[in-house]
Write a protein that binds this ligand. Structure first.
Ligand SMILES: *[C@@H]1O[C@H](CO)[C@@H](O)[C@H](O)[C@H]1NC(C)=O
Ligand SMILES: *[C@@H]1O[C@H](CO)[C@@H](O)[C@H](O)[C@H]1NC(C)=O
Ligand SMILES: *[C@@H]1O[C@H](CO)[C@@H](O)[C@H](O)[C@H]1NC(C)=O
Length: 502
């Protein structure tokens, strides 16, 4: 069979394996138009699956729809257009028409021209869709990881309204709001990574492995601290009964067609087969189960990253022997793992993979998982690039406010808004005390505790020191009148309403 034909055959075969019923959930955030009055209101938009959505935060900006390059498939440089905002100006959201090139290319081109976000207007009336990264593994897709601005798809009708407001001379201002994109009900975040041990699928596999390596430290700190409950998941398909004895099912499936994965190279004649991938996925799931039982689920991260480094397909080390060495080196009970895997050739069900197939079907708001890799945070599918900072932002937005662990408050996640105008929060300049605290959510205005004295108040206009043990003694300087009430800074409120990330 020629390469061309073989590929076609593999693809059509995969279609049979795909789950027939698919309920894909489009993850959304809010878009609030604040002016002009004619289109004021709250609208829904769909979060693009690339770039960095500001999970937990908001972004205020003004919309531009340039007269040329409206699909943003060419560099704006060629048209002498720039969206860099001037000092004191609002960030620019560029409105771009759908069509002619990848969504990711539009985002990259707009970002290079200084845009703070892109709004892609759909070109037909239809429900919102999720904009994804292209599947093709082109080497010039180098820019994908460099997209840092958020992107949103809006309906055709909203796009038309914005265009007509702009052409009528109105300034269109809006706020993109991701504060409710991840539910944040309590002090623990439950999250899942739908992943795969296959390391030969081009850019997507490389990105996934890089992510596992980079995120491992944070994941382990969060899990050890009891802040998160993480579960890895693996997608498998089943082979329709009529085909279980076919060559294709035998090479792609284990346990008599019950659990299958596509051939890594999409070529049945060379390299590893789909069934090798299924077995390695099962081994990873079993490592998780075994370690979860002993109360150390985070060892999974060590195992999968070690496996990716030490047992790659390209070195022909994607084997049980190589995996077992890592299992032993990490002091994981090999016998228990082997028992969990069972006999892949037997005509029996595997309880772990059976449970995985069942959890693949959407529950509640989550929807079916169909994109690999997929991260699910508090039962919502994460959209955006799979990169440590972006993911941590989404996870951190899943904690009930002010219960987020320290890692959520580290520098690279901070917004540093307190540096400017004290973030619009209360402060006592003379005593160098502030209510402003930078967090990944944007800044929080919370009355502080200073030298054992807890301040209380709204955090914006006033904070008052209350201390049972040493009333005002150490803090004479801040005390006015009887209590420790401190003067408000009413000007601060002005900055509050124009802050970029509230
Ligand atoms: C993307 O970023 C990396 C690292 O900063 C840089 O080396 C690379 O040239 C960038 N790619 C493009 C297309 O700008
Ligand atoms: C992992 O352990 C926790 C706590 O014992 C348990 O609630 C959870 O269901 C376990 N997860 C799996 C997939 O076994
Ligand atoms: C105010 O306090 C902060 C943090 O406690 C410190 O970094 C800063 O240097 C202090 N500024 C002054 C003027 O004392």
């Amino acid at each position: 069979m020629s390469q061309e034909k073989l590929r076609f055959f593999t693809l059509s075969f995969l279609l049979i394996l795909s789950p027939a019923l698919c309920r894909f959930v489009v993850e959304k955030n809010n878009l609030k138009i604040t002016s002009p009055d004619s289109i004021k209101g709250i609208y829904e938009c769909a979060i693009g699956n690339f770039g960095v959505p500001q999970y937990g935060g908001t972004l205020v900006g003004t919309v531009a729809y340039p007269k040329s390059n409206q699909k943003a498939c060419k560099s704006y440089n060629d048209f002498d257009i720039s969206f860099k905002s001037k000092p004191g100006g609002l960030p620019t959201f560029v409105l771009i028409d759908r069509g002619d090139c990848f969504f990711t290319l539009k985002a990259w081109i707009a970002q290079q021209a200084g845009a703070a976000a892109i709004l892609v207007a759909d070109n037909k009336a239809e429900p919102l869709i999720t904009m994804d990264t292209p599947e093709e593994d082109k080497s010039d897709a180098d820019y994908l990881q460099n997209i840092t601005i958020p992107s949103a798809l809006i309906t055709k009708s909203l796009g038309d309204s914005i265009k007509s407001a702009l052409s009528g001379g109105d300034m269109v201002n809006m706020k993109l709001d991701w504060t409710e994109s991840v539910p944040h009900p309590d002090e623990r975040v439950e999250y899942e990574l739908w992943t795969n041990s296959n390391d030969q699928c081009g850019k997507k596999c490389d990105t996934q492995i890089e992510f596992l390596k980079n995120f491992k430290g944070a994941a382990q700190i969060l899990e050890k601290g009891g802040h998160t409950q993480f579960t890895p998941h693996y997608i498998t398909w089943y082979c329709p009964e009529a085909f279980t004895l076919s060559k294709q099912c035998k090479s792609q499936c284990i346990n008599h067609g019950r659990y299958c994965a596509p051939d890594p190279e999409q070529d049945f004649t060379k390299g590893y087969d789909g069934k090798d991938v299924v077995v390695q996925n099962l081994r990873q799931a079993c490592v998780y189960r075994v370690m979860n039982e002993t109360g150390k689920p985070w060892v999974w991260w060590d195992y999968v990253t070690d496996f990716a480094i030490r047992c790659p397909m390209k070195d022909k080390k994607y084997t049980k022997e190589c995996a077992d060495e890592i299992i032993k080196s990490l002091d994981i009970d090999l016998k228990k793992v082997d028992k969990c895997i069972g006999d892949p050739d037997a005509d029996v069900e595997n309880p772990v993979l059976k449970a995985e197939q069942e959890s693949q079907i959407g529950k509640g708001a989550r929807g079916d998982v169909t994109i690999l890799p997929t991260l699910v945070v508090n039962n919502r599918q994460y959209r955006g690039k799979l990169e440590k900072g972006a993911v941590l932002k989404a996870m951190c937005s899943g904690f009930e406010e002010s219960t987020e662990p320290a890692i959520c408050l580290t520098e690279d996640l901070n917004t540093n808004e307190c540096l400017e105008n004290n973030g619009g929060c209360w402060q006592d300049k003379a005593a160098n005390i502030t209510a402003c605290r930078d967090t990944f959510r944007g800044r929080l205005c919370e009355c502080p505790t200073v030298q054992g004295v807890k301040f209380s108040g709204d955090g914006y206009t006033h904070c008052k020191g209350i201390s049972v043990l040493s009333p005002c003694r150490q803090l004479d300087i801040f005390c006015v009148g009887t209590g420790c009430k401190i003067m408000a800074y009413p000007l601060a409120l002005l900055f509050y309403s124009t802050s970029i990330l509230l």
